[in-house]
Design a protein around this ligand. Structure first.
Ligand code: GAL
Length: 845
C-alpha cells in the first residue's frame, strides 16, 4: 500500500471547489514522492517546446518526436506580449494559438505544464511583458505594486479562463496537470525585502484562487507559499529539496544546452553529462524533470530577448532548431527515459537506501513492498573509471556516470556509454534560385523630415519608439567654420558618442562613418570615430538600434536604451564641443518600415532599382527584394546570410528574424563530458559568424513567386544569399557485444522488469530518407569516432558486406552484434564492438 492518503486528502479538499456551476474534480494532486494523477504517483518526464518558436504546422511533428523520445509532458511558457500587443487587444492566431498547441499535445496523449508567468524570462523580448506595460502610470514590475498586480492578475485570469472554457485542465478531463506562476522570483526577492515577500504571497494566493484543480508551481522560489510547490532550475538539481516535507521534488528546467548571443559561440552540453544529471536527480528522489529546452526553435520577428540574443534558439536541444532529431542526444536520453520508467514502481514506492561503494561511489536502492527493486550505481569521480562491488557482483562505472539496474542486478543503461547513433547534419544547396535582386535605398541623405519630432537634448530610446521598431534616428546639425585647420589637411575631428545600447551607426552628411555595439552583459558603450566634416552646415545622424529588450534583471523595465550622451565633437579649434544639449530631431523606424516594404503590398508600392544597374559597392541601409520558387521535398529550409552584414529578413511578409554576421569570440578547446558543466565549458563556432543560417518555415512558402525582402544596415552582397536545405547526411553507430540496452527489457504485469534478448546496433535515417551507402563497417576492435573510424587489430572481413546487405536501401536497420551474424568469431576472448558509418539520401520515389 502506498501512503499517499493524508497529504493528498488535505490538498484535494482544498481543491475540490465549485467553479461556475461545475465541480472541479481533484484528479491531480501531490505528496512528498510525486505528482499524483488519478490516484497514481508518477515519474514524469517533460520537455519545453515554446509554441511561438515554431509554426503550427510543425507542432504535431515536434510533439510526436517528443513522445517517441519518452516524454510524458510538454512544458511551455505563455508569452503575454504576443497575446496582448496593445492593452485589451488580444491575438491567439497562428503561432500564438495556445489552445491549438495544447490540444495538439492532448491529441497525442501527453500532458502539459503551463507556465503562465506571466513573467517568463526565456530570452524572450522584455521577458514576455508587453512594452506598453512599462508605461502604465505608477507601475513597478514584479513587486508589491498595485498597477502591476492588477495587470498580472487580469492576464493570468484571462489565460486560466481560456483554458477552462476549452476544458483543458486535467481536472476537466484536459491535459494540463501543472501551472506555473511567476518565474525564478527568488533571484529578486532579497533585493526587494518586505515588498518581495508580500508580492510572492499575493501571487500564490491569486493563482490558487483561480481554482484550476491542478497544482501550481513556482520555480527557484524557496518561499513558495503552500500549496504552491517550489521547484528547482539548473544544470544539476540533485542537491535540491522542496520547502515542505509533503511536497514532491520537481526540476522545472534541466538545461539541455544554453542560449546563444550574437558575438558569442554556440554552447553545447554533452548528453553523457545531461543524462548523469538526470539520473542523479532521480536517484535522490526527484520525480518530475523538464528539459529546458526539448525543442528550442527560432526567435522569429523581433521576439528575441536581449540584448543580443540570436534568432536561433536551438539550445543544443534533443530536437534541433529545425525540428530534426539531434543524435546522439535524442536517442541517448530516450534510452535513459526507458531505463527510468523500468524503475518507476520502485521509485515512487520508497525512499532510497544509500550504500557507499568507494570514496566517490555509491549505490542507491529503491524497493517496494511487492518486490520491485531498482538500483542506481554512481561514480562521481570525474577522472577515473571504477570497478565496484554491489550485491556480490562487480560493476564497471565509467568516470562521472550512473548505471541503472531496474532489477537491482542487470545494468540496462549507463549515462556515459552512448550506444545510440550519432548523425551529422548538413546544409545542402537547393535547386531554388533567388531570382534577380532589386534595390531600394533608405536614402540617408534626405534625412530632413518635416514629420520628425524635435527636442532639446538626448531622449531615451524606448520612451520614443515604444519598441515599435529596433531603429531610432538621432539627428542634429553642426556648423563648421571655414577657418578650421583640419579643413586644410589637418587631422579630422572625432565624434564621441555615449550610448546605453545596443548598437549605433554614425552617418555624417549621409555617409556611414562607423558603427559600434555593446555586449549582453554591458550594453552601454562609448564610441569615438573620426568624422569627415566640411565647412558650413553638417548633418550628423546617429542610428541607434535595439537588439532585443532585456529579459532578466532587477527592475529591467527601468533600464535605459539609446544615446543618452554625452555626444561630443573634438579636434576643432575651440577644443571640445558638446552637442548633447542642442536641438535634436528624432525619427522612429526606417522609411522602408513605414512603407511596409517587407510585405507584398508595401513592396509593390515603391520603385525598386534593378540590382544589375547598381554598382556593387557595399551599400549601408539598403532594402533588397527577390522572388524564388519553393524547393521540392520536405527538408527544412534556411537562408545562408553569410555574405551580408546585419539586418532583418522577411518572406512573404513574415519576419524570419534579425540576422547579424558578427563573429563568435570564445574558447573552442576540447571538451570532456566529465566534470561539472557550466555553459562556457563546451563551445562551438569560434571565429565563425555566430549565426549564419536562418530558418525559413516551409509553411510560409507558396509553390512559386515567394517574396524575399532583406533590410541590410551595413552593406553586403545580396547576390550571394542562398536557400539551403538541412538534413542528416551521415549516421554512425557503435555498439558492444553483450551490452543489452533498455530495448532488451520489458516490464511484466506485476511491475517487475525483466531482461531478455541480446545486443543490437540500430541505424536510422530521417523519414523519407534511406541508407544509400555503408562508408565504414567493422565488427572487431575498431577505433575512432564518427567521421574518423578505423579498423583495429581485430576485424571481421565480411563486416562491410553484411552491413550492405542488411541496411542499404532501407530507412532503418538492426544488426545483431554476435559472432554468428558475422560468420565466425574474428578474435576469441576479446570484447568486440561494431562501428558503422552510413550515408542517408532521399528515398527515390
Ligand atoms: C532560466 C529562466 C528561463 C531561461 C533560462 C536560460 O533561469 O527561468 O526562462 O531564461 O534561465 O535559458
Amino acid at each position: 500500500m502506498e501512503t499517499i492518503s493524508v497529504s493528498k486528502l488535505f490538498i484535494c479538499l482544498s481543491m475540490a471547489l465549485l467553479v461556475g456551476n461545475q465541480l472541479i474534480q481533484c484528479s491531480v494532486t501531490y505528496d512528498k514522492k510525486a505528482i499524483i494523477i488519478n490516484g497514481q504517483r508518477r515519474i514524469l518526464i517533460s520537455g519545453s517546446i515554446h509554441y511561438p518558436r515554431s509554426t503550427p504546422e510543425m507542432w504535431e511533428d515536434l510533439i510526436s518526436k517528443a513522445k517517441n523520445g519518452g516524454l510524458d509532458v510538454i512544458d511551455t511558457y505563455v508569452f503575454w506580449n504576443v497575446h496582448e500587443p496593445s492593452p485589451g487587444n488580444y491575438n491567439f492566431e497562428g503561432r500564438y494559438d495556445l489552445v491549438r498547441f495544447i490540444k495538439t499535445v492532448q491529441k497525442l496523449g501527453l500532458y502539459v505544464h503551463l507556465r503562465i508567468g506571466p513573467y517568463v524570462c526565456a530570452e524572450w523580448n522584455f521577458g514576455g511583458f508587453p512594452v506598453w506595460l512599462k508605461f502604465v502610470p505608477g507601475i513597478s514590475f514584479r513587486t508589491d505594486n498595485g498597477p502591476f498586480k492588477a495587470a498580472m492578475h487580469r492576464f493570468t485570469e484571462k489565460i486560466v479562463q481560456m483554458m477552462k472554457s476549452e476544458n483543458l485542465f486535467e481536472s476537466q478531463g484536459g491535459p494540463i496537470i501543472l501551472s506555473q506562476i511567476e518565474n525564478e522570483f527568488g533571484l529578486e526577492k532579497n533585493a526587494l525585502g518586505a515588498a518581495g515577500d508580500a508580492y510572492v504571497k499575493w501571487a500564490a494566493k491569486m493563482a490558487v484562487g483561480l481554482n484550476t484543480g491542478v497544482p501550481w508551481v513556482m520555480c527557484k522560489e524557496d518561499d513558495a507559499p503552500d500549496p504552491v510547490i517550489n521547484a528547482c532550475n539548473g544544470f544539476y538539481c540533485d542537491g535540491f529539496t522542496p520547502n515542505k516535507p509533503y511536497k514532491p521534488t520537481l526540476w522545472t528546467e534541466a538545461w539541455s544546452g544554453w542560449f546563444t548571443e550574437f558575438g558569442g559561440t554556440i554552447p553545447q552540453r554533452p548528453v553523457q553529462d545531461l543524462a548523469f544529471a538526470v539520473a542523479r536527480f532521480i536517484e535522490k528522489g526527484g520525480s518530475y524533470f523538464n528539459y529546458y529546452m526539448y525543442h528550442g526553435g527560432t526567435n522569429f520577428g523581433r521576439t528575441a530577448g536581449g540584448p543580443f540574443i540570436t534568432t536561433s534558439y536551438d539550445y543544443d536541444a534533443p530536437l534541433d532548431e529545425y525540428g530534426l532529431i539531434r543524435e546522439p542526444k535524442y536517442g541517448h536520453l530516450k534510452e535513459l527515459h526507458r531505463a527510468i520508467k523500468l524503475c518507476e514502481r520502485a521509485l515512487v514506492s520508497s525512499d532510497s537506501t544509500v550504500t557507499r561503494l568507494g570514496t566517490f561511489q555509491e549505490a542507491r536502492v529503491f524497493s517496494s513492498a511487492n518486490g520491485n527493486c531498482a538500483a542506481f550505481l554512481s561514480n562521481f569521480d570525474s577522472n577515473s573509471a571504477k570497478r565496484v562491488m554491489f550485491n556480490n557482483m562487480h560493476y564497471d562505472l565509467p568516470p562521472w556516470s550512473t548505471s541503472i539496474l531496474p532489477d537491482c542486478r542487470n545494468v540496462v543503461f549507463n549515462t556515459a556509454k552512448v550506444g545510440t547513433q550519432t548523425s551529422r547534419m548538413q546544409m545542402l544547396p537547393t535547386n531554388s534560385e533567388l531570382l534577380s535582386w532589386e534595390i531600394y535605398d533608405e536614402d540617408v541623405s534626405s534625412l530632413e523630415d518635416s514629420s520628425a519630432m524635435t527636442a532639446v537634448g538626448l531622449l531615451e530610446q524606448i520612451n520614443v519608439t515604444r519598441d515599435s521598431s529596433d531603429y531610432l534616428w538621432y539627428k542634429t546639425r553642426v556648423d563648421i567654420s571655414s577657418s578650421e585647420s583640419f579643413l586644410r589637411g589637418g587631422q579630422w575631428p572625432t565624434l564621441t558618442v555615449q550610448s546605453r545600447g545596443h548598437i549605433v551607426h554614425v552617418f555624417i552628411n549621409g555617409k556611414l562613418s562607423g558603427s559600434a555595439y555593446g555586449t549582453r552583459e554591458n550594453s552601454g558603450f562609448t564610441y569615438t570615430v573620426p568624422v569627415d566634416l566640411r565647412a558650413g552646415a553638417n548633418r550628423i545622424a546617429l542610428l541607434s538600434i535595439a537588439v532585443g529588450l532585456p529579459n532578466i534583471g532587477l527592475h529591467f523595465e527601468t533600464w535605459k536604451t539609446g544615446i543618452l550622451g554625452p555626444v561630443v565633437l573634438d579636434g576643432l579649434g575651440q577644443g571640445k564641443r558638446d552637442l548633447s544639449w542642442q536641438k535634436w530631431s528624432y525619427k522612429v523606424g526606417l522609411k522602408g518600415e513605414t512603407l511596409n516594404l517587407d510585405s507584398p503590398n508595401g513592396a509593390s508600392s515603391v520603385e525598386w532599382i534593378q540590382g544589375s544597374l547598381v554598382d556593387h559597392r557595399q551599400r549601408p541601409l539598403t532594402w533588397y527584394k527577390s522572388y524564388f520558387n519553393a524547393p521540392q521535398g520536405n527538408e527544412p529550409l534556411a537562408l545562408d546570410m553569410r555574405s551580408m552584414g546585419k539586418g532583418q529578413v522577411w518572406i512573404n511578409g513574415q519576419s524570419i528574424g534579425r540576422y547579424w554576421m558578427v563573429y563568435a569570440k570564445g574558447n573552442c578547446g576540447a571538451c570532456s563530458y566529465s566534470g561539472t558543466y557550466r555553459a562556457p565549458k563546451c563551445q562551438l563556432g569560434c571565429g565563425e559568424p555566430t549565426q549564419r543560417w536562418y530558418h525559413v518555415p516551409r509553411s510560409w512558402l507558396k509553390p512559386t513567386h515567394n517574396l524575399l525582402v532583406v533590410l541590410e544596415e551595413l552593406g553586403g552582397d545580396a547576390s550571394k544569399i542562398s536557400l539551403v536545405k538541412r538534413r542528416a547526411t551521415t549516421v554512425c553507430a557503435n555498439a558492444y557485444e553483450h551490452h543489452p540496452t533498455t530495448e532488451n527489457w520489458s516490464t511484466e504485469s506485476s511491475g517487475k522488469s525483466k531482461m531478455h534478448h541480446q545486443a543490437k546496433l540500430h541505424l536510422q535515417c530521417a523519414p523519407g530518407q534511406s541508407i544509400s551507402e555503408i562508408e565504414f563497417a567493422s565488427f572487431g576492435t575498431p577505433q575512432g569516432t564518427c567521421g574518423s573510424f578505423q579498423k583495429g587489430t581485430c576485424h571481421a572481413p565480411n563486416s562491410h558486406a553484411i552491413l550492405e546487405k542488411m541496411c542499404v536501401g532501407r530507412e532503418s536497420c538492426e544488426i545483431p552484434i554476435s559472432n554468428s551474424n558475422f560468420g565466425a568469431d574474428p578474435c576469441p576472448k576479446v570484447l568486440k564492438q561494431l562501428s558503422v558509418e552510413a550515408s542517408c539520401s532521399p528515398t527515390a520515389t
